[in-house]
Design a protein around this ligand. Structure first.
Ligand SMILES: Cc1cc2nc3c(=O)[nH]c(=O)nc-3n(C[C@H](O)[C@H](O)[C@H](O)COP(=O)(O)O)c2cc1C
Length: 172
């Protein structure tokens, strides 16, 4: 018999992850998005990224019709935005600056909150139990720099360590 929902959640929350905002456009061209940790860099050649979206998500219909999305990889300081996008608020983008990604049909890039982003076009959609799995071809993207935002046991935190300095030639 499968484990209980509580045990599944307890096991899953033992795994710290980065945090992304998946963003797309609805049929009226309005931006929609949600906070997610179910991201996977699925394949390098061809470049594919996978996301998994709950069937109750209000962003899901927009993803299904627009068939393109931007994965915004959040940086430290974006905790409030992560909380907003994990809510059911209307017009999550109202007070946010965003740029349209032409390679993802104009889906929103959140440069100010992101370490990097990837603009994807949907190539496959799969059943994932109470989630829907989207696989997208990475058509464009950029790394912007910064400290990653992490999520663990229902709390956000910045990556705790400084990045090691690059080796200096001749140093022991
Ligand atoms: C850290 C974190 C990770 C989450 N990961 C996912 C995820 O991978 N997939 C998903 O569908 N929802 C995930 N959620 C929940 C959604 O963000 C939440 O249900 C949100 O209200 C959905 O918004 P929407 O209905 O406007 O799409 C996550 C929430 C948090 C706080």
């Amino acid at each position: 018999m499968p484990v209980s929902r509580e045990l599944f959640r307890a096991i899953s929350s033992s795994f710290p992850t980065g945090v992304v905002i998946v963003a797309t456009l609805d049929e009226h061209g309005e931006p929609k998005g949600l906070t997610s940790q179910a991201y996977m860099g699925l394949s390098t050649d061809p470049p594919l990224m996978l996301i998994s979206i709950d069937r109750t998500s209000r962003t899901l219909p927009a993803l299904a019709t627009h068939r393109a999305y931007v994965i915004n990889f959040l940086k430290e300081g974006a905790e409030d935005i992560a909380t907003l996008f994990a809510s059911k608020a209307d017009e999550k983008f109202r007070n946010l600056r965003w740029d349209p990604a032409p390679e993802a049909g104009g889906a929103p890039i959140l440069r100010g909150q992101s370490l990097a982003y990837a603009a994807c076009r949907v190539t496959e959609v799969h059943d994932g139990g109470d989630h829907v799995i989207f696989i997208g071809s990475v058509e464009a993207g950029e790394t912007l720099g910064g400290t990653p935002l992490l999520y663990y046991k229902r709390a956000y935190a910045g990556w705790p360590q400084e990045r090691p300095a690059p080796p200096v030639e001749g140093a022991r």
